[in-house]
Design a protein around this ligand. Structure first.
Ligand SMILES: O=C(O)CCC(=O)C(=O)O
Ligand SMILES: [Fe+2]
Length: 400
């Protein structure tokens, strides 16, 4: 869908030279033929995007950039005292800290406010940026587009509800809370040797298929991607570049919606209220879009709680937020017993990126084949990984 590249905005080159490890690597050699193929595929993708944009009739171009500069002009900036030290990363810099935190239940708003959390009122439409102590944008409340988007929200909500109801008898429950969750796409890590298609339990595979192909959900996915590109342009480029390499190397793996995100999660409730958690396997310096759906009073519950930032953010149905889900503990506040809440997210596991950076192999395989010099470079890169990843986050000034 949507694809605009205003000339006025130059995306900083994401991680200049970060591919060099892959190029010299003994296992993979990127040939000229591959880069021709890459160019052809890029052109083909641009054609498909243009055609889809035309078919959907969605006004594509300028809107998002205007909304981004409005954040600065209207001072819709939430300043926090967070520093990079508050964001815990695992050794190697690819994924969040895997240390198990004590499992805590979700809270209600008042309990959090009593603990000193700050309430961020949000209409779910006008974007706001959340910045750390030095003005680095670490999360964005992207809002939602106007026009017919609301219809997509209504249709997507109905689809989540219908799929959730089909599953009602199954009970539900996952690590994040007591709700049904189906997954789509592929992932890597936790012992896999190659990127592997996500296998939902059989009961969930129908929901995963139905929601992945639902036009309203596709529209939400495209908006999430557009928001990611708008507010975190360098990170988005990094995702697309690395995921293209995966696509070329493993053509049978299917991206559920867009080329930047290899995985999606459909949280079908009926009461999607996440307990405090980090999605530590996701890329440590990555962003994860979350769209809230359902029928609940967003002033009373369903808030997005960002623990290290001590924020409780109103999160109305239909709105999208972009959060670094691997390094910030997040959860939702409780909702009323008769209320319904669903959510939809896209994400990417950190190990997929290290796999590409290694030249399409695991760390173990890389180290087995690498020369002494390559090993030394590899170690050096690991030490710099988090700093380089952090450098992809924009500063609020760049939104002017
Ligand atoms: O529903 C939400 O607001 C958050 C969803 C989430 O964090 C998850 O699925 O991991
Ligand atoms: Fe999460």
């Amino acid at each position: 869908m949507v694809g605009f590249e205003p000339d006025s905005f130059s995306i900083e080159e994401a991680w200049e030279g970060s591919d060099s490890l892959g190029e010299e690597n003994p296992i993979e050699n990127v040939t000229k033929a591959q880069s021709r193929l890459q160019r052809r595929k890029k052109a083909e993708r641009a054609r498909v995007r243009a055609r889809k944009a035309e078919e959907s009739g969605i006004p594509v171009k300028q809107v998002a950039w205007t909304r981004r500069s409005a954040i600065v002009q209207t001072n819709a900036v939430v300043s926090t005292e967070a520093t990079e030290v508050d964001l815990k990363v695992a050794e190697g810099g690819w994924v969040g800290s895997q240390k198990k935190a004590a499992s805590k239940p979700s809270s209600d708003v008042q309990t959090l406010l009593d603990k000193g959390f700050r309430l961020i009122k949000w209409d779910g439409r006008e974007p706001k940026a959340i910045v750390d102590k030095v003005g680095r944008v670490i999360a964005v409340l992207a809002g939602m587009p106007g026009g017919s988007f609301q219809e997509a929200v209504t249709d997507a909500t109905a689809a989540f509800e219908a799929q959730g109801q089909r599953l009602a008898s199954e009970g539900g429950g996952n690590l994040r809370g007591q709700f049904h969750q189906a997954l789509a796409g592929f992932s890597h890590g936790g012992g896999t040797e190659r990127p592997t298609a996500t296998s939902s339990p059989t009961a969930y595979s129908h929901a995963s298929k139905a929601l992945s192909s639902n036009p309203a959900v596709i529209r939400l996915a495209c908006f999430q991607n557009q928001a990611f590109k708008t507010y975190f342009p360098a990170t988005h480029t990094y995702y697309e570049t690395k995921m293209l390499r995966i696509k070329q190397h493993h053509p049978s793996l299917k991206f559920p919606f867009v080329d930047a995100f290899p995985s999606a999660a459909f949280n079908m409730g009926p009461q999607t209220v996440c307990k405090p958690h980090k999605d530590a396997r996701n890329l440590a310096f990555g962003l994860c879009p979350v769209t809230a759906l359902g029928d609940f009073d967003h002033q009373k519950g369903g808030h997005l709680v960002l623990e290290e930032l001590e924020l409780v953010v109103e999160f109305p149905s239909g709105s999208t937020a972009l959060i670094p889900s691997a390094v910030i503990t997040h959860s939702n506040t409780t909702i009323g017993t008769n209320e319904k809440r669903y959510s939809f997210t896209q994400y990417a596991s950190g190990t997929l990126f290290s796999y590409v950076e290694n030249g399409m192999c695991t760390d173990k395989e890389f180290l087995r084949e690498a020369s002494k010099k390559q090993k030394a470079e590899w170690k050096g890169e690991r030490e710099l990984r988090w700093a380089k990843g952090l450098a992809l986050f924009p500063f609020i000034d760049s939104y002017q």
